[in-house]
Design a protein. Sequence first.
Lengths: 358, 358
Amino acid sequence: MNKADGMNYAPKGKPNPVVKEGEFVFAAVGLDHGHIFGQCNGLLEAGATLKWVYDPDQAKVDGFIEKFPQAKQAESLEQVLEDEEVKLVAAAAIPSERSALGNKVMRAGKDYFTDKTPFTTIAQLEESKKVVEETGQKYMVYFSERLHVESAIFAGQLINEGAIGKVIQVTGFGPHRLNAPSRPNWFFEKEKYGGILCDIGSHQIEQFLFYTNSKEAEVLHSKIGNYGHPAYPELDDYGDATLKGENGATQFFRVDWFTPDGLSTWGDGRTFIVGTEGTIEIRKYVDLATDKGGNQLYLVNQEGEKHFDLTGKVGFPFFGDLILDCINRTENAMTQRHAFKAAELCLQAQDKALNVTQ
Amino acid sequence: MNKADGMNYAPKGKPNPVVKEGEFVFAAVGLDHGHIFGQCNGLLEAGATLKWVYDPDQAKVDGFIEKFPQAKQAESLEQVLEDEEVKLVAAAAIPSERSALGNKVMRAGKDYFTDKTPFTTIAQLEESKKVVEETGQKYMVYFSERLHVESAIFAGQLINEGAIGKVIQVTGFGPHRLNAPSRPNWFFEKEKYGGILCDIGSHQIEQFLFYTNSKEAEVLHSKIGNYGHPAYPELDDYGDATLKGENGATQFFRVDWFTPDGLSTWGDGRTFIVGTEGTIEIRKYVDLATDKGGNQLYLVNQEGEKHFDLTGKVGFPFFGDLILDCINRTENAMTQRHAFKAAELCLQAQDKALNVTQ
C-alpha cells in the first residue's frame, strides 16, 4: 500500500477458526479473575475445545460451567495436568501465584496462558524463564487491552502498513472503575496483586513494545500514589511511567482507579500514537458523550482526518495464532521474549516508582 | 453549586470591556512572533486603547498597521517608553530578547505583557525578577493556550466549582505544525528560542500550575529529541516532562512539531484533567473527524458524560482582569509569582532533559 492510498486503510475482516472441534484441547484453572472468561471465549471462537475446568472454590466452578457448560469439572489440578489430550491450560489465578501455577503446567508438558500480570516479582519471572527453557513450553499472557480490543488490533495493522510513518511516541490512559465491594481481598494486598504498575500497567507496557516494535526498553521514571482510598492503604489508586525503547521511541502511560461514577463503561481507555507522518487515537471502550460505543479509531495523516468504527470488523487474530503456535511450535501470536520483556519492565516500573502521596 | 447540580454547569457568558476608550493606553513593540496579534486583540476587546506600534522592521510594522490601523508608528522604542500615557507595553520579541526588553519597559514605569516563553535562561529570569522588585511593575505573560482558549478557561471554572473533585493529574498534548519555510531563522537556533520545553512547553506547565492550584512544583523527569528534522539540528521536534506540585498532583505533557499534514488545524491540542470525582477532556482546536470546530469540552463525573461546545460562550476574562490589575495594582488576572514559577519550571525541564535521539 503506498502513501497515496492513505485514506483507504480498512479492516481486513474477522479471522476464521483455525482448528476443528477436538483438534486443540484446553482446560481452564485458577478462576480468581474474571478475565478467564475472555481468555476462554477467545480460544473457543478460534476453534479450540474446552475440556476441563478446575478451581478449589466450587462457587467459581459453578459460575464457570454456567457460561461454558461443555467444561467438565476436574477433581484436582493434577487430573487436568495428567490428561495428555490437554495442550494448553488457561488460568487467571491470584497474580502472585501465576508463576508457580505456570511452572507446574509447563512441567506437565503443556503450554500456559495466564491472565496479566504474569508475575509479581522478578524472582518469579526468572524461575518461569528457566522452566520455559527446560521444558520448551510457552508462558503466554492475556494482555487483553490490546489482544481483545479490535481497535487496538487495527492500530497495529495501520502501523505495519506505514499509515503514520515511524512511531516515535505512545501515550496510554488506563483508568479503571474500582467498585471496591466487588473485589476480593487479594486485590488490595500489594504482595498479591503486585502494585498498579505491575498489574494494569503491564497492559500499557506491552502495547508500547508492540506498537514501537521494541525488543528492549528502559523505564526512565515512574510513580505511584494513593490519592483517595485511605481504607485500602496497599492499593495504588494511581500510577504512571515513561519508557524509552531501543530505537528511541518513548512512552508515557497513566493508570488509575478513578473512573467517574457516571462514565457509561468501566474506563475511558485511550491510546495515542504519534508517528513521523501521522497520529492514531484509539477510544477503546467509549467515545465520550456519543452513542458510538467502543472501538473508535481516529487516524490523521497527510490525507486528512479519518474515523473508523471497528466493533465486529477486525476480530482477534491472537487466539487463532496462539493455537497454531502451540501446535506448530511457532511464535506468530506473541514471542516469549515479548511477553517476558513486558513483564520485566512493569516490575521495574513498580519497583522504582516514586510514591507521590507519601 | 452542590454535587447534585453536576450536570448543570454552564458557561457564564462573555465578559464586557472593563474600560472606556482612552482609559487604558498600550503600545505594541517587538513583532517577531505572530502572537502579538492575539495579545493586542485580547486587550482591545477588553477595552484598551492601542496607541503606538514599534519594530525596527518596517515590513512587520506595515503588516501590523494593516490589522490595527489605529496604531501610530513610533520612531523608536524610546518614543514609546517616554509617553506617559502608555501604561502597558505588549511585545512578542525573539524569546532570548524578551527579558531585556521587559526590563527596559518596567524601568520606564510601564507594565510589560510578553508573549510566552518569557525567558530562555535562568539568569534572565533572575534579572527580571529584580527589576520587578525594584520598579513594582508587572512582567505578565501571554500563555495563549489557556488564556485565549475558551474551553481551557471553562475547565478552570469547572474545577473551581468542584465539578471533578480534587485534581490529581493533568496530561497535556501540545503538537504544533512546523511549516519550516514560514519560520524565521531564530526559530531554529536554540540560544534564541530556548528549546521546545522552554518554548511551547511553558504553556503546558502554566496550565498545570493553574489547574492544580500549585504554587510550587518540581520537574521529576523530562526529555527532548529531534526525530525527523536533521536539517535543523538545534530544533527539538519532540519534548515531554512530568512534574509534581506541592499538593501531590502531577503532570505529564508532550509537545512536538509533528502535526500531520492532513490535520484540519495547526495542532490537536488536548488537556486531560483527572480529579477524585470526575474527569475533563478539552479538545482545544479540533474534535477529530467532526465538523464541531474547537473548544469542545467533555466532562465526566457522577452525573454522567457531558459535552460542551464553547466557542463564543466563555470569552477571555484574562485581558480585562489584566487591565484592571494594571490600573488597580492587583493580581486577579495572574500573579507575578505564577508567571515566574511557570517560567522557572520550563527552564528547569529544558535544562535537565534527557536527549532521547542522541
